[in-house]
Design a protein around this ligand. Structure first.
Ligand code: FES
Length: 233
């Protein structure tokens, strides 16, 4: 049987956290001898949907909810996201899920080993806590919210966020022009992926990569909202 393993994590607010999930996946792949990838339910790439798409030649995918402390939201939403992915794919792929990592007895062993292992004394310098870099409000003309909640992520928000960031970089529009912010659920999930542009209060629904590019070109660079979006209901 061709088995693949996906470590499914929640978003964290720094890229280093995402890299840590991918590094853990590599280490587990080395130990298990099967392909292992990290993926995310929300807020980061690749999404669970993208990772399932990429497991095209697997007979079975084992999902490992990867989050400490335990996250009931992750457990619930993995099931919903997989149900949505199945609805879109005809493949007879077996998808199974493990118990959450937080419930594994080996976790106790790992904590005991950490306490017994090398210890680093923390003699803190409080300076960086209040760095001037974090005291400046950007003078952005527009604030763009890209929903990275679990439904929008399932619908492709990772691609939308990447397309927006790439296009803004091409146009050399930085934080002082357009402040791009990934958010949690903005509520009208069924209309996702959602992109909201303030102060214009324009809500773009069902955004894909090509609409994201148009939003960057027409709205954020040229100041004209993309005009063929569905009326706000
Ligand atoms: S997940 Fe995007 S609006 Fe709810």
């Amino acid at each position: 049987m061709n088995r693949q393993v996906l470590l499914v994590a929640r978003s964290v607010t720094h890229h280093g956290g995402h890299d840590a999930v991918h590094r853990l996946a590599e280490a587990v792949a080395g130990a298990l001898g099967v392909p292992v990838r990290g993926c995310f339910l929300d807020g980061a790439a690749p999404s669970l949907h993208t990772a399932l798409d990429a497991a095209a030649d697997a007979d079975e995918v084992v999902l490992v909810p990867t989050h400490l402390p335990p996250d009931r939201y992750l457990d619930t939403w993995i099931r919903r996201a997989v149900a949505h992915w199945r609805q879109q794919h005809e493949r007879a792929l077996r998808i199974v899920v493990t118990a959450p990592l937080a419930g594994q007895p080996a976790l106790v062993t790992a904590v005991v080993a950490a306490v017994a292992g090398p210890l680093t004394e923390l003699a803190g310098n409080p300076g960086p806590f209040r760095s001037p870099a974090w005291s400046r409000i950007t003078r952005h003309r527009r604030h763009v919210l890209v929903c990275r909640g679990p439904r929008c992520t399932a619908y492709g928000a990772d691609e939308v966020a990447a397309a927006l960031a790439d296009r803004l970089a091409e146009h050399r529009l930085g934080d002082d022009d357009v402040l791009l912010t990934a958010t949690g659920c903005l509520f009208p999930c069924t209309l996702g992926p959602l992109v909201v542009v303030h102060p214009d209060d324009v809500w773009y629904e069902r955004v894909d990569r090509s609409t994201a590019t148009r939003i960057a070109d027409e709205h954020l660079r040229d100041g004209r909202p993309v005009d063929d979006r569905p009326p706000r209901g």
